[in-house]
Design a protein around this ligand. Structure first.
Ligand SMILES: Cc1cc2nc3c(=O)[nH]c(=O)nc-3n(C[C@H](O)[C@H](O)[C@H](O)COP(=O)(O)OP(=O)(O)OC[C@H]3O[C@@H](n4cnc5c(N)ncnc54)[C@H](O)[C@@H]3O)c2cc1C
Length: 303
């Protein structure tokens, strides 16, 4: 009979993944409680996970933090490979990923950083050519490109899948908004540990938001393609498995709290998508927009 509780604060992708993992290592005396303001059935601009594309795209770099994150990303890649094969209903698929950069930043030109970040990806290879020479694999204007197998996730479905798993394995949930992480120690009789996966955290002055605006369309797309534009903006398409449509993005706006989608941004996103992304002939200029999305990515200096 459990007499100790482990509390996870947060039911986003981080909280649910953490809870699901920890649950497999609990002692018979321990039980698990997930406490959150928002759960997968709800939508809020401050509940980020259901808004994520989501695809996996490595971020090269040589700092200690970049190396640590590359290592975590590598393990996640292997984990998702297993999960996509064993749990087709989880909403994860491995598909072709392509990146096209018009003005590659220094970290993309550094071979060591690129190898460290991309080396683990199945079928990874650089695209040849550039500078618009004949026979190039790169489209006009693109100076750096790679191709590999990556995963895409129907994030609302995947969060719901994790929650179902946790509950069916005996985990408990409680909907409540905490003012302080310390409060979680009072939510059950004998709370042994509290793991804070609340995104922005509680008054953490190193945390900040990165606003993202994307567009969910029902036009199908079979690959995930990311294009960096010479002005530093990024454009991407992410098909969501199990009939979830395609996410077209998108913006990354640090410290921008605007909750409203910008129609100007939507037009630009769709215009870029029509130019660069491989939608089936005939549907690339007629996007059927399901909804505009605005979300706030929780971010933190130092990780
Ligand atoms: C438009 C957009 C596109 C994105 N695309 C991608 C992508 O393609 N690939 C990718 O890897 N990432 C992507 N991201 C980023 C990704 O969505 C986030 O990094 C991720 O969802 C963060 O998950 P989280 O669990 O930390 O936070 P959240 O999903 O925000 O979850 C936080 C949890 O904590 C709870 N909580 C918060 N405060 C309290 C409180 N005071 N009391 C109780 N509970 C609380 C919330 O209710 C929630 O359950 C995207 C983000 C956006 C906005």
């Amino acid at each position: 009979m459990p007499n100790e509780t482990i509390v996870i604060i947060g039911a986003g992708i981080i909280g649910l993944s953490t809870a699901h993992h920890i649950q497999q290592h609990l002692a018979p005396t321990q039980s698990l409680l997930v406490v959150a303001r928002d759960f997968p059935s709800s939508t809020s601009i401050d509940y980020t996970s259901p808004w994520a594309g989501a695809h996996y795209r490595p971020i090269p770099g040589t700092s200690a933090q970049a190396r640590k994150e590359a290592n975590q990303a590598r393990r996640t890649y292997e984990h998702f490979k297993g999960l996509s094969a064993s749990e087709p209903d989880a909403g994860i698929r491995f598909i072709e990923g392509i990146e096209h950069l018009e003005a590659p930043p220094a970290e993309y030109v550094d071979g060591n950083g690129v190898d460290a970040a991309y080396g683990h990806l199945d079928s990874f290879r650089h695209l040849g050519g550039g500078d618009d020479d004949d026979g190039s694999e790169l489209p006009a204007g693109v100076r750096w490109g790679v191709r590999y197998k990556t995963y895409v996730v129907n994030s609302p479905l995947y969060c719901a899948f994790l929650l179902r798993r946790i509950v069916s394995n005996g985990g408990r949930t409680r909907a409540c908004t905490l003012s302080n992480a310390e409060e979680a120690f009072r939510l059950d009789r004998n709370v042994r540990a509290v793991i804070n996966c609340s995104g922005l955290g509680f008054g953490d002055d190193k945390s900040f938001i990165i606003r993202g605006q994307t567009c969910l369309v029902d036009n199908p797309c079979s690959i995930t393609l990311t294009r960096q534009i010479a002005d530093g903006e990024w454009s991407f398409c992410v098909p969501r498995p199990l009939g979830g449509g395609t996410i077209i993005g998108g913006t990354k706006q640090l410290h921008d709290w605007d909750p409203n989608p910008s129609l100007e941004t939507r037009s630009k996103i769709l215009e870029n998508a029509a130019k660069w992304f491989p939608f089936p002939a005939g549907s690339e200029r007629e996007f059927n927009v399901i909804r505009d999305i605005v979300g706030r990515r929780p971010a933190r200096e130092g990780g």
